[in-house]
Design a protein around this ligand. Structure first.
Ligand code: ADP
Ligand code: MG
Length: 360
């Protein structure tokens, strides 16, 4: 087990800043997921931890020791890529054993280690097969087994499930979670898929254009997003945003003008000023159809998606993006219905004009 620290980690390709001074501490045994849109620098960051990419500025520390100039093979780190890169002419056993043979371990020890790992990843019956005789999920498990058998201090995964179809992705995700529980190694896992991040991670790093937007537990990111980027990125379907303006502030709270209508009741938001423009963030599961009395704004039903367990209703509101609400299948809606929408005050996220969260 090993801790990792990224200290002002910076990467430039020529004039282009790709990683812009990242500071992160990963505790020994933690499962940390780096998530962000395609091209934001996730692979570059992981490759710098592995030693496959030169560091422009700052430090990578493993167990408190700067490893910037230590070659990949000596960092005791194993990396699993999106493409499994197995040797096609070698059996599953030989693929898993490859690194151990290079390290000149004795044959019996290799056999013991490979069979232990194969058993953990349910590959015991596949050891004599060639990679082409396996499914995509099994091949990816072989790639993971090849990393595991070396018993590295740190596992690095770069979108390891992206090439698998949806069902296998879920199964292999569960395998990975089990693997982490059983060997409690430090794992850093890169994905562009926020569902994968939320389900696997103990902590999530959200990276955007080479900058860490937020680093926290899945719950912190979901319930206390620090800015609109995080709020919109974490959660599916994504959070709705509605423009508002503060028209009065007093002891009772503040009064808001939402979409050109002053709302009668007071909101408990603090740290806001009269005339301040706000963006209200409400998740589809928190935005509900309400009576006229509790109405924050109204709109008309434009699209209905039936998803079995629940329905998603998309609502058109003048001068706003289409809003999405998640509703019980028992509620019936028709296209063009006019609806009043509302939300509990505690479920409204408030952002200032710079897109930063205002929490009490
Ligand atoms: P991600 O893994 O998040 O999709 P990458 O880390 O692969 O993103 O890339 C981040 C940015 O760095 C991208 O804009 C990419 O074009 C650029 N980049 C990656 N590798 C190189 C390279 N060898 N030379 C120049 N630019 C690169
Ligand atoms: Mg990548």
């Amino acid at each position: 087990m090993s801790s990792i620290k990224l200290d002002n980690l910076t990467k430039k390709y020529g004039e282009i800043d790709v990683i812009k001074g990242v500071n992160i501490e990963i505790k020994s045994g933690e499962f940390v997921v780096i998530v962000g849109p395609s091209g934001c620098g996730k692979s570059t960051m992981l490759r710098m931890i592995a030693g496959l990419e030169k560091i422009t500025n700052g430090n990578v520390l493993i167990d408190g020791k700067v490893v910037n100039d230590i070659e990949p093979a000596k960092r005791d780190v194993a990396m699993v890529f999106q493409s499994y890169a197995l040797y096609p002419h070698l059996s599953v056993f030989e693929n898993i054993a490859f690194g151990l043979k290079i390290a000149k371990l004795n044959k019996d020890l290799i056999k013991t280690k490979v069979s232990q790992v194969a058993s953990a990843l349910e590959l015991s019956d596949q050891l004599n097969k060639l990679p082409k005789q396996l499914s995509g999920g099994q091949r990816q498990r072989v790639a993971i087994a090849r990393a595991m058998v070396r018993e590295p201090k740190v596992f690095l995964f770069d979108e390891p499930l992206s090439n698998l179809d949806a069902g296998l992705r879920v199964n292999t995700r569960i395998e990975l979670a089990k693997l982490h529980q059983s060997i409690s190694a430090t794992m850093v896992y890169v994905t562009h898929d926020q569902v994968e991040a939320l389900t696997l991670a103990e902590k999530i790093v959200v990276l955007n254009e080479g900058v860490v937007e937020q680093y926290g537990t899945p719950m912190e990111l979901y319930f206390k997003p620090v800015n609109k980027f995080i709020a919109g990125f974490i959660g599916s379907p994504k959070m709705n945003f509605i423009d508002a303006k503060v028209v009065e502030v007093n002891k009772k709270g503040c009064k808001l003008n939402i979409l050109d209508k002053v709302i009668d009741s007071y909101f408990s938001f603090r740290n806001v000023q009269c005339d301040q423009r706000l963006s209200l963030g409400i998740r589809p599961e928190n935005l509900t159809v309400v009576s006229q009395r509790d109405c924050l704004f109204n709109g008309s039903v434009e699209i209905i998606e039936y998803l079995g367990e629940y329905n998603l209703i998309y609502i058109r509101i003048p001068q706003q993006e289409l809003l999405c609400i998640k509703v019980d299948i028992k509620l019936s809606f028709n296209v063009s219905d006019d609806v009043c929408l509302g939300a509990q005050s505690e479920n409204i996220h408030v952002f200032n004009e710079d897109g930063l969260s205002i929490y009490e």
